[in-house]
Design a protein around this ligand. Structure first.
Ligand SMILES: C[S@@+](CC[C@H](N)C(=O)[O-])C[C@H]1O[C@@H](n2cnc3c(N)ncnc32)[C@H](O)[C@@H]1O
Length: 234
């Protein structure tokens, strides 16, 4: 097994991604040590009943992005929606460091972060807390024996349904057709969500204000066609 992957193969709840890449530059390391603890959720304590109280500015509703990578989409969305509170989860240290640099540069006050495994963080959130959850280009784990590592599982959909308010949205994008089919099959059998698509362009084209991600750009460069799915919480 790849040494950079976490060990617990028994549990579908393990984090299988990469935690570290190249060493951080000095300022990034500083931000990781100083800024991240100020913005990070403390999941060792009980969550506040109203997550909006986590933010120093008034926010009307909350959005979550799981596995934001280098934070390109997360930062654009948070910058463009200052009255929405954004929580981003990314255990990959180099991705988190990049996002921290952008948060500092743009002086964003409507963001909170977690470097923990999102499966654990989902359990911490109060029920109905979010208006929207984005899962963009999650690791596809193409080999059959690794499918259990995919983020979308029946159990994680139950967890997502719990934290979304009624009418809230789970948005998913991937460039891997098999992961599209996998996700559709699981969401449609979950009973908690309605797939909102009415015509092919609803899944062929990104939703309005979608600001793109690094993995999306890579997929397009390499000739793969993304698919965009919006599911509404019943
Ligand atoms: C293929 S990358 C996509 C990154 C970004 N969303 C994009 O589109 O550019 C998948 C990301 O999900 C993160 N990830 C994987 N498993 C995760 C988990 N259990 N909790 C949170 N993030 C996770 C990885 O660290 C990685 O950065």
């Amino acid at each position: 097994m790849n040494e950079r992957r976490e060990q617990n193969e028994q549990s579908p709840r393990a984090f299988f991604g990469r935690r570290k890449g190249h060493p951080l530059r000095a300022h990034q390391a500083e931000l990781y040590g100083d800024l991240l603890p100020r913005l990070a959720l403390d999941i060792s304590k009980l969550a506040p009943a109203d997550l909006r109280t986590l933010f120093p500015v008034p926010v009307t509703e909350l959005r979550l992005e799981i596995g934001f990578g280098g934070g390109e989409h997360f930062i654009e969305q948070a910058s463009g929606n200052p009255r929405t509170g954004f929580i981003g989860i990314e255990p990959f240290v180099n991705g988190m460091a990049k996002a921290l640099a952008a948060i500092e540069a743009r002086a964003l006050s409507n963001v909170r972060l977690s470097a923990d495994d999102a499966v654990q963080v989902l359990e911490w959130f109060p029920a109905g807390a979010f208006a929207r959850v984005d899962l963009l280009y999650p690791d596809p784990w193409p080999k059959r024996r690794h499918w259990k590592r995919r983020f979308v599982q029946d159990e994680t959909l139950i967890a997502l349904a719990r934290i979304l308010r009624s009418g809230g949205e789970f948005r998913f994008a991937t460039d891997i057709p098999d992961y599209t089919a996998w996700t559709l099959a699981r969401v449609l059998r979950s009973n908690d969500f309605i797939w909102t698509a009415e015509r092919a362009d609803d899944w062929r084209l990104p939703w309005p204000q979608f600001s793109g991600t690094r993995y999306e750009a890579k997929a397009k460069r390499e000739g793969r066609t993304p698919c965009y799915l919006i599911f509404r919480r019943k």
